[in-house]
Design a protein around this ligand. Structure first.
Ligand code: SF4
Length: 398
């Protein structure tokens, strides 16, 4: 048993199994670790033996030397796992028990990190039940320490010797994001400015400068003139839509895997006229945003706030990329995509409720967040378009 730092939503989560509208694995590659693969080779139950032979094969491509990627489960054409029974339950778990699940399935949707010598656990929003619990927490996310077993593989690891200011920054940026004096967009822009500022100073100057810079940026939430100047920043709707159209075309080339996401995307393409001229779709987007998204977000700002806080904690932001700017850029892109999808749903339904926002975020988590290849493509596109300054980031957040 170990002490683990967890968000306070963890104990509310339980997998809803056959009641779930999706399955953990739908649309993904499911890697099978070496130990589990070797256990599968020894299964003698005739029906399951036949299923395993067909469904689980050695991964002889790039990951073949990696024990975590020793084999893989070959998903069906629609992206479903071939080992699910007619009720949507995992036949490995029901016939052999949870100890026969591969690391990927045993841990999902939990996400384990190691910071210094301490373990942390959170949930990924690509599980619809986890998304409902996390995003609908009106009071916001808190953090607690609990004692538990570490049952899965560590996803991210960070050395506090290399990053001695990790905790100062993490606590501060979560506090900034949860300070509800201003809208989540204003808080996010201040976060970008703060990260840009501290990236300019040498780490040797942190002890002297960091406390003052932190205070300065937190106080900006109370500075009416400053906040007003942020409100007046113009959103780059045309750029957002152009980028999103290219990103979605790329994602379609790679195959979406998840049928629900494909259906969502089709309705958004129609609702926002994404196949029409840039001018037409920009106009429709702006109108829908003002009519439906803005009033909805004023009342339900906590949804994006919870998304961001979970993202910061789970990804060890801002140490998840090689620079703070890259780290912020990736968060800004996720926020842009989320807002666009939610606005897209409003363009079809002519209304918005909390379940629409939760569904968009979980489907984006399922389709986009788990694709390193796609996220790299997004980053390259932003760099090629020279859309990398903080000003550009703000115009896609708004
Ligand atoms: S997606 Fe989440 S709720 Fe659904 S089966 Fe998987 S863990 Fe359970």
């Amino acid at each position: 048993m170990r002490k683990i730092l967890v968000p306070d939503y963890i104990s509310s989560f339980a997998c809803i199994g056959s009641e779930c509208e999706d399955t953990c694995c739908a649309g993904w590659q499911v890697p099978v670790d070496k130990v589990t693969y070797q256990k599968y080779r020894k299964v003698t139950t005739p029906v399951l033996r036949k299923q395993l032979d067909k469904a689980v094969t050695r991964n002889r491509s790039t990951g073949s030397s990696n024990d975590a990627w020793y084999a893989k489960i070959n998903l069906k054409d629609g992206g479903a796992c071939p080992l699910l029974d007619t009720k949507g339950l995992c036949s490995i778990q029901s016939d052999l028990g949870a100890s026969y699940l591969c690391n990927t399935c045993a841990v999902y949707p939990r996400y384990i990190n190691k910071v210094g010598d301490s373990y942390e656990q959170s949930l990924t929003l690509s599980c619809p039940q986890a998304a409902r619990i996390i995003l609908q927490k009106v009071e916001g996310i808190g953090f607690i320490e609990q004692t538990d077993e570490i049952t899965g593989a560590v996803v991210k690891q960070l050395s506090l010797l290399d990053q001695p200011y990790f905790w100062d920054l993490r606590i501060y940026i979560i506090e900034l994001m949860q300070n509800r004096k201003q809208s989540i967009e204003v808080r996010l822009i201040i976060l970008g400015l703060f990260l840009q500022r501290i990236e300019e100073i040498a780490i040797t100057d942190y002890p002297v400068l960091l406390p003052q810079i932190m205070k300065d940026y937190m106080l900006r939430l109370d500075n009416d003139a400053f906040v007003q100047s942020l409100m007046e920043l113009q959103p780059a709707r045309t750029f957002q839509l152009d980028l999103v159209t290219r990103l979605l075309a790329k994602r379609a080339d790679m195959g979406f895997g998840n049928k629900k996401y494909v259906a969502l995307l089709q309705s958004i393409v129609e609702g926002l006229h994404l196949n029409q001229s840039l001018q037409e779709k920009t106009l429709i987007y702006q109108q829908t945003y003002e009519t439906y998204y803005e009033p909805f977000s004023q009342e339900h700002d906590y949804i994006l706030e919870n998304y961001i806080v979970n993202y910061i904690f789970k990804n060890l932001m801002p140490y998840d990329k090689s620079t703070f700017q890259d780290s912020y850029m990736m968060l800004a892109i996720h926020i842009m995509l989320i807002k666009l999808h939610i606005t897209g749903v409003a363009s079809v339904k002519h209304e918005l409720d909390v379940s629409d926002a939760v569904e968009c975020i979980y489907l984006i988590g399922r389709t986009i967040e788990h694709s390193e290849q796609f996220l790299k493509f997004v980053h390259t596109n932003m760099v090629q378009a020279e859309f990398t300054t903080m000003g550009h980031m703000f115009s896609i957040i708004k």
